[in-house]
Write a protein that binds this ligand. Structure first.
Ligand code: 48H
Length: 262
């Protein structure tokens, strides 16, 4: 006999246990696109306690749609290892241009991230950050979360908080976390571009810039992926994803350095 209450108990107990165990974490990754999933995977592989917060009910961000809904993405030579090491099949199209199936990329990046030990929580919107002021400096020390359904319904429901030693803004074109920080702490503006938003298409420049722009912009807050190009007003690049993967890897390296020194 199947008991409905047993099903409910299993779900509630299991998720509440996960939530309780992860109220204090090493790294909060906001956004489960290519940069966020890659950052979380490398961090978890090194033993960091990581949660990825994704506001949609699905992961993968902009990977699924490939180029103009042809479900294929391109990566260049220097990033292909990041996909090959998790078993993604890549076919060389022209010299140095490797093509992958977008659904396979989402699936394998997601399962590798979970297997490495990261948690991925969907339907959760990071609506704000936590901060402290220390020695005349602002430090970001966690995320403020709520169900995305609450945000979409426009309900007034107070959020909950997760303490994190490092927060990675991997929220793509919208750069939602850093945007919120700048709205609330305008003093930080000096560090990042006055106007947030990427420049028009220039694939080569955009791909180089996304890795260079991946940095700790405010103590405790790293920007990665398209959010990094939005912050530093660098170009977009279209459906080539090597830069996003390399940016995620670099964000993980920066976060690990911060964790080691804290
Ligand atoms: C929780 C949030 C919040 C929030 C947003 O857009 P993404 O795929 O981001 P990246 O930077 O890893 O990859 C960018 C790539 O997909 C892309 O768009 C490219 C290469 N474009 C080039 C071009 O020329 O257009 O993923 C970001 C994720 C999404 O799933 C959002 O739902 C999520 O972040 N997100 N999750 N709380 N506040 N804001």
């Amino acid at each position: 006999m199947i008991s409905e209450i047993s099903i409910s108990r299993a779900i509630i107990k299991s998720f509440l246990e996960d939530l309780m165990k992860n109220l204090e974490i090493d790294v909060a990754v906001v956004g489960a696109g290519p940069s966020g999933l890659t950052a979380a995977r490398y961090l978890a592989k090194e033993g960091a306690k990581v949660v990825v917060f994704e506001r949609n009910l699905y992961v993968g961000g902009g990977i699924w749609g490939g180029g103009m809904m042809f479900p294929k993405i391109v990566v260049q030579e220097k990033a292909k290892d990041i996909l090959e090491e998790i078993g993604v099949n890549l076919v060389e199209s022209e010299k140095g241009y490797y093509v992958a199936d977008s659904v396979e990329v989402v699936s394998k990046c997601t399962s590798a991230t979970l297997d490495a030990g990261a948690k991925i929580w969907i339907g959760m919107n990071v609506e704000d950050v936590m901060f402290r002021e220390e020695r005349d400096e602002y430090r970001i020390c966690g995320v403020v979360i709520n169900w995305n359904a609450v945000e979409l319904a426009g309900l007034h429901v107070d959020p909950l908080t997760i303490e994190a030693k490092v927060v990675i803004d991997a929220t793509g074109h919208d750069a939602t976390v850093i945007r919120r920080v700048l709205e609330k702490i305008p003093e930080v503006r000096g560090i990042v571009s006055k106007k947030i938003g990427e420049m028009p298409m220039w694939a080569e420049k955009g791909e180089e810039a996304v890795v260079e722009n991946t940095k700790e912009v405010i103590p405790g807050l790293i920007v990665a992926g398209m959010a990094a190009n939005a912050v530093f007003r660098s170009p977009r690049m279209g459906p080539i994803f090597g830069g996003m993967l390399l940016s995620g890897k670099r964000a993980a390296e920066i976060a690990l350095r911060i964790l080691k020194s804290s």
